[in-house]
Design a protein around this ligand. Structure first.
Ligand SMILES: Nc1ncnc2c1ncn2[C@@H]1O[C@H](COP(=O)(O)OP(=O)(O)OP(=O)(O)O)[C@@H](O)[C@H]1O
Ligand SMILES: [Mg+2]
Ligand SMILES: [Zn+2]
Length: 314
């Protein structure tokens, strides 16, 4: 499993806090109940000596050690039983003083024997959704609720093929996957398939960043002209999805930002998915040869066709 390292470190801290909070809550329960029930305190004090008693028994030598240990164990078991009885008599469940972790496998530490616990993996995925940039779209536009019923004839053949390519791409995504170019008019499901793709890839444990071209350019402008923010994820995310290329303002800076992202990711071998309403001709006219040849030469183009699904759905 690979992951966004910022998310990873943030989560490690969160888990550590969660673990400590569970310990503290148990400690508070114990302290306040011991104030109420004196006997409980005596039993707990006696129990807390168990380890040093065993240590002491060992220091006395090997002779009769087993017997001494057995005695201590018996005594400890008796004390525990007595404690359970005291708790029950006072109306508390016998596990009332135990530390209660959300995850009993890892005690909320996120790791068991240096191996990532499932609960930590799930948390990483949820954090991946949060930092994917997809916001409310995540989980709404999925492969499951994508339908081919909106298309007929040749359009259907083409859209079915697109769906299968994107679905396979998502399921078998790796850092070595190709880059894709979704081309086609408005309302044909480019964003829908992009979010479905993003969710599936995040679920497989990859770091995905979804952005509109407009937002991406605005981030680069902020970084360049105001020194604000951080654009590194555009270059590092294991999958970058740039939606609506062509809706950002035009100009030399915009073009250089777009070129820089696209070219750097190609050089690093990192996959990118770009969507656009522009035709090949418009792409070439707008972005020039350097960007155009990369988008149509290196990326795998998928042409979306049919009638605007936004209308069909009404
Ligand atoms: N094949 C489909 N099955 C189910 N819903 C679809 C399908 N295609 C599109 N939709 C829905 O139609 C709406 C428009 O689709 P979407 O936003 O993906 O289009 P788009 O190609 O990104 O358009 P634009 O170029 O305007 O951004 C969305 O609500 C989407 O969920
Ligand atoms: Mg769209
Ligand atoms: Zn766990």
């Amino acid at each position: 499993m690979s992951f966004n390292s910022q998310n990873y470190y943030a989560l490690r801290e969160e888990f550590e806090k969660k673990h400590l909070a569970a310990v503290e809550r148990a400690e508070t329960r114990r302290a306040s109940l011991e104030m109420k029930i004196k006997e409980l305190r005596e039993i707990n004090d006696a129990l807390s000596l168990t380890a040093s008693r065993i240590f002491g028994a060992a220091l006395e030598g090997k002779d009769g050690l087993d017997d001494r240990i057995a005695k201590i164990k018996k005594n400890t078991a008796d004390l525990r039983e007595a404690r359970d009885a005291v708790l029950l008599a006072a109306g508390y469940p016998k596990d009332y003083l135990d530390i209660k972790y959300d995850c009993e496998k890892c005690n909320d530490l996120g790791f068991v024997d240096a191996k990532m616990c499932d609960c930590f993996k799930r948390a990483l995925i949820l954090k991946g959704y949060e930092t994917s940039g997809l916001g409310a779209l995540i989980g709404k536009q999925t492969f499951e609720n994508y339908s081919l019923n909106y298309f007929r004839g040749d359009d259907l053949v083409r859209m079915k093929q697109n769906y299968e390519i994107v679905h396979d791409y998502a399921k078998s995504f790796s850092k070595k996957s190709d880059s894709l170019l979704f081309m086609g008019g408005t309302g044909l499901g480019k964003t829908h398939l992009s979010s479905a793709l993003a969710k599936t890839v995040i679920d497989s444990g990859y770091d995905v960043l979804y952005t509109s071209a407009l937002n991406m350019i605005s981030d680069f402008e902020k970084a360049k002209f105001k020194g604000e923010g951080d654009t590194s994820r555009y270059f590092d995310a294991e999958l970058l999805i740039i939606d609506d290329l062509g809706t950002e303002g035009s100009g030399a800076f915009t073009e250089s930002f777009v070129y820089n992202v696209i070219d750097t990711r190609i050089c690093k071998g990192l996959p990118t998915v770009v969507s656009t309403n522009l035709t090949a001709h418009e792409l070439s006219a707008r972005y020039g040869e350097r960007i155009f040849s990369r988008l149509l030469g290196v990326y795998k183009p998928l042409v979306f066709c049919g009638n605007d699904v936004r209308f069909e759905k009404r």
